[in-house]
Design a protein around this ligand. Structure first.
Ligand code: NDP
Length: 431
């Protein structure tokens, strides 16, 4: 990547941006011709979902300045909210000056569940399952042999008993977990096929009745961590010293650790970036969101996903760990033309590499949001971009969008009524 071509990217026109990405050796010149080809055809969309009517579009933009494990990335983000891409890029820029993000990605093991009930003898059922572990894993693999040929498949088995709860009127459940390496796929279909393939056998071994067999989206064995270490001189802003911002940012993280009302908003900011890249990459963002929020509650209380602390030398250290069972194949990844465009833009080679970028995006987003919150507040940057949406809602088009949004920034009340008044003034001057 030749980053020099990406300088002042946000000031370029749309055509200049695409040209810059080609000149920087990120996209190929073929991508310039693809605008129409990136849209979902009616035929494809009709085959993706049921009762298809129209395609609902979202803008897809590029977040810049991401240096992750020594490699530069331009990150595709599909999102309707203004300021998210700007915040990710500005956070990533400071972090790149500090050496970038370092990530650790765990082995990619997903979990499938078979839930059984009406077990006549729980301890006998457990010992039968343990004694037949090899056969169970073999049967699971036989249900989806191609994943075994790819080096993955069912690797382990564990058992959980959930006691009967009289107050909640729930019966006793025996849950069998199969731990499965799904390689480059997120694996929902692979796992579901395997789980259904062993259900009858588990009923025989336990004497119980199966209630259901499906993957768990709580992917606690597919974790991605990003860390960054930022010297205080890179944090200084206006009247705030770097030390002051570091300490306030650490406190902001502590507040989100102890207060669930704050934690939800803190984590929403992290998910602004994560959802946008997960969606752009063609992955299942509902699955990622569900798993991430469950992970935030793993202590029994909903808490901040990220943490910020002071290093011995006074630097600010941030880290973020998330379950990220994304795929580089499967689902709509290989068939959605925009997901394929995202793959070329990001230039990732594997699901692990995609995880590394996604978790870094979450940390950059969190850093930017907290830094703004503990200094001038979030509205200054946010409303600047929101002004454009208000201008468009008021009916502005072309040059008038810029004119109305510029004046809105200095208006006493930045709202739709003011935007309409400003637009009227501008239009009457033109008459
Ligand atoms: P798919 O079934 O679409 O694709 C996975 C397939 O890709 C594998 O079975 C494999 O088939 C093929 N493949 C090719 N190369 C590789 C490789 N290197 N590593 C692994 N597999 C490879 O997708 P998933 O099983 O990943 O399931 C994801 C989809 O399931 C998403 O669309 C999701 O929305 C949906 N879903 C999600 C649920 C949930 O999250 N609760 C529930 C149900 C569905 P082969 O080996 O035969 O070539």
């Amino acid at each position: 990547m030749d980053k020099a071509y990406l300088d002042k990217f946000y000031k370029k026109s749309l055509t200049e941006r695409m040209d810059a990405l080609v000149d920087a050796n990120i996209l190929s010149s073929d991508d310039l011709l693809l605008n129409e080809g990136l849209l979902l055809s009616d035929e494809l969309a009709d085959n993706m979902i049921e009762n298809y009517l129209i395609t609902y579009q979202l803008p897809l933009g590029a977040a810049l300045n991401f240096l992750v494990d020594g490699k530069d990335y331009v990150v595709p983000m599909a999102i309707e909210e203004p300021s998210v891409i700007a915040a990710a890029s500005s956070g990533a820029k400071i972090i790149a000056q500090a050496g970038g993000f370092k990530t650790t990605i765990s082995e990619r093991i997903m979990i499938g569940q078979v839930a059984l009930k009406n077990i006549p003898d729980i301890s006998l059922a457990k010992s039968n399952l343990t004694n037949h572990k090899k056969d169970i894993l073999k049967k699971a693999n036989a249900a989806h042999p191609s994943i075994v040929n790819r080096g993955g498949g069912a690797k382990d088995l564990s058992i959980r008993v959930i006691e009967q709860d009289e107050e909640a009127a729930t019966p006793e459940f025996l849950i069998v977990h199969i731990h499965i390496a799904t390689m480059e796929a997120m694996g929902a279909n692979i796992i579901n096929t395997m789980m259904e393939g062993i259900t009858g056998y588990l009923e025989t071994l336990t004497g119980g009745t199966a209630l259901m067999s499906i993957l768990s989206n709580y992917a606690t064995e597919c974790l991605a961590t990003a860390t960054c270490q930022i010297p205080v001189h890179l944090l200084k802003r206006n009247d705030f010293s770097g030390e002051d911002i570091r300490d306030r940012l650490i406190e902001a993280g502590q507040l989100a650790y102890v207060d669930p009302y704050r934690a939800v908003t803190h984590n929403k900011g992290i998910m602004n970036g994560i959802d946008a890249i997960v969606l752009a990459s063609g992955n299942d963002w509902r699955a990622i969101s569900a798993g991430v929020h469950a992970y935030a509650s793993r202590s029994g209380q909903y808490r901040a996903l990220s943490s910020w602390r002071k290093a011995e030398n006074g630097d600010l250290i941030g880290d973020l760990t998330l379950p990220l069972p994304v795929g580089s194949v499967g689902g709509s990844i290989s068939i959605h033309p925009a997901a394929q465009f995202s793959k070329r833009l990001l230039g990732y080679q594997s699901a692990k590499e995609l995880e590394a970028v996604i978790v870094s995006v979450g940390l950059a987003q969190n850093f930017s949001a907290l830094k703004a919150l503990v200094t001038e507040g979030i509205q200054k940057g946010h409303m600047g971009l929101q002004a454009r949406s208000l201008a468009i809602s008021a009916g502005a088009t072309g040059k008038a969008i810029e004119q109305v949004s510029e004046q809105l920034k200095y208006a006493k009340n930045m709202n739709l009524a003011t935007a309409k008044e400003l637009l009227q003034e501008i239009l009457s001057l033109e008459e």
